[in-house]
Design a protein around this ligand. Structure first.
Ligand code: GRF
Length: 201
């Protein structure tokens, strides 16, 4: 079994979608080791508890990045986590954290990277006037929203859309492709050439 640690900061809808798929057996060989939030108020913690998962609040406020990430690495290693999934985790990771889980950290971002990295990607895309946006699941490297792309889903901008209606439709796709990307990574049926993830089989 590959043990997944999910890191969140807030609502936790991606975490919930992943956990549902894992619990339903839709991601063969995966189990959820823990859900960890850097904010005690993260709504996703209650959702995770409600699903019978271990949900841990590990507040980051006031701690510098290295000190906090060392705690986080400790919690994840104590639970033998193989794969770290960032799901609305609103904190940059230190280089030490990334080194502790090399090519074993995934992130979901609500735009078609490399367009619109950073905060409020859906609003950035909407305000820019794009006709197609979407979402991206990628490996995490030392740069923000940057590592090799595993999967992307396009979402067209429709007449009458607002940034919020667009965000909601992107979120539906996020919930699908994150689990699918985890399935691919856990199956091991991929290789990486340069920054291209080549899916096998
Ligand atoms: C999602 O839009 C995700 O792409 C971004 O943060 C948001 C988290 O939402 N990284 P949720 O907490 O998973 O509901």
């Amino acid at each position: 079994m590959k043990r997944i640690g999910i890191l969140i900061s807030g609502r936790g809808s991606n975490c919930e979608a992943i956990a549902k798929n894992v619990l339903a057996g839709n991601i063969p060989g995966a189990e959820i080791a823990a859900v960890i939030a850097n904010r005690t108020s993260a709504a996703g913690l209650d959702i995770a508890r409600g699903m019978g998962l271990e949900a841990i609040a590990l507040p980051s406020r006031g701690l510098d990045r290295e000190a906090y990430d060392a705690q986080l690495i400790g919690e994840l290693n104590a639970r033998n986590v193989d794969l770290v999934c960032l799901a609305g985790y609103m904190r940059l990771l230190s280089a030490s954290f990334i080194r502790a889980f090399p090519m074993r950290i995934l992130n979901i971002h609500p735009s078609l990277l490399p367009a619109f990295p950073g905060l409020d990607a859906q609003h950035q895309a909407f305000d820019y006037g794009v006709k197609i946006s979407g979402c991206t699941v990628h490996f995490v490297d030392e740069h923000l929203d940057h590592g090799p792309i595993i999967l992307q889903a396009p979402v067209p901008v429709l007449m009458g859309d607002t940034a919020d209606t667009l965000s909601s439709r992107i979120l539906l796709e996020e919930h699908k492709i994150y689990s699918e990307a985890i399935r691919i990574v856990i199956s091991g049926r991929y290789r990486i050439e340069g920054r291209t993830v080549i899916l096998e089989g």
